[in-house]
Write a new protein. Sequence first.
Length: 95
Amino acid sequence: MRVHINIQKEGLTIDRSFTADDAEGIVQQLQDDIAVQIGPPLSMLIRSLPATVFVKEIVAQINLGKRTGFPLPNSCDDFLDLVVEQGYAAYIPDE
């Protein structure tokens, strides 16, 4: 599975492709990238969250900041589908 994610938010820029066996692997890589950019002490908290909790928190923060009502994802697959639908990511076809 390959996904290109492009998120630009105050102090956070993710603009790269991720490759993993499944959606959870993609989210774990995204989690690591965000943790590196945010730095300590929050990076330790971000890395300690299970992937499904992490994606729920991301969507909750989007809902809060943009006053949207996106449903909290029940899985990493649901999260990737949402960010693709909202234009923050794109699936990359296998070659």
